[in-house]
Design a binder for this molecule. Sequence first.
Ligand code: GZL
Length: 320
Amino acid sequence: MKRFIPIALAALAFSALAADAGLPKLAKKATYKIGFAQTETNNPWRLALTASMQGEAKKRGWKLVYTNGNGSAAKQVSDVDSLIAQKVDAIFLSPREEKPLAPAVLKAKKAGIPVFVIDRNVDQSIAKAGRDYVTFIGSDFILEGQRAADWLIKATKGTAKIIELEGSLGSSPANDRKTGFDERIKGTPGLEIVASQTGNFTRDEGRQVMEALLQAHPDVTAVYAHNDEMALGAITALEAAGKVPGKDVIIVSIDGEKDALQAIIDGKLGATVECNPRFGPKAMTAMVDYANGKKIAIKLTNDDRFFDISNAKASLASSY
Ligand code: GZL
């Protein structure tokens, strides 16, 4: 019996290596042709991400094939198909929604093209970091929700009726920012989320949803928006309803875009948790490290700052 144990262990080790070995390799080259599949260009954060990816590729002298999902996960899936057909060396994917884009990662892997998932993530039960794609590079969205909640609890002295404006349905930032915030609020008596609805990460939809929810909850005293654009839309809705944002209603959001920093300076927005969109340098350095045979962590988390009245003015010039 003793004789069989080493063989069993070797088989176990081999199967583990085989899973890891399933990742497509990337040759060391002087220059690359890379694909970048963007979700849409419906707000400043998205535009800043695209500019960062295109700027870094240009700086390195690489060819970047850019696709825009125009807000449709189905279109983004076909965009990945097109990048595979164009035989790019690697794909940077910002998956609009966790589930529909996971099979696209598997398709690229099968075609021998390494995928780097940036910004948002895919459903790990379908496609796993380190096995099906090289790594996830992005922010910790649960922590972002927790930081927003911690600030709001202090700013409202522990008593508030909260309206939550959620990001795009099915996206990892919307799912995780809700998880992080809601669990903190549930644990704090005196705070109540009276309504929670998606504004799809856009200013206009944020305004429209806030107008409707204000009708049903005129006694709202706080707003948590999953991104600045929806917070700015909510501010417009509050002012149209004769309320004073920053006084009658305390608002907190996430991203750190220029208009949000200005709203903090103007006293209308209370605070915003940074979610840095400038992925270019970090993403492409990870790709070169991978080509050079370096071990890449399956998650590379961005360090995000926190903006409030104490630092908004100083951060304005370098924002987007
Ligand atoms: C977060 C990113 C989100 C931003 C929004 O990484 O996916 O999408 O917070 C953007 O502004 O639309």
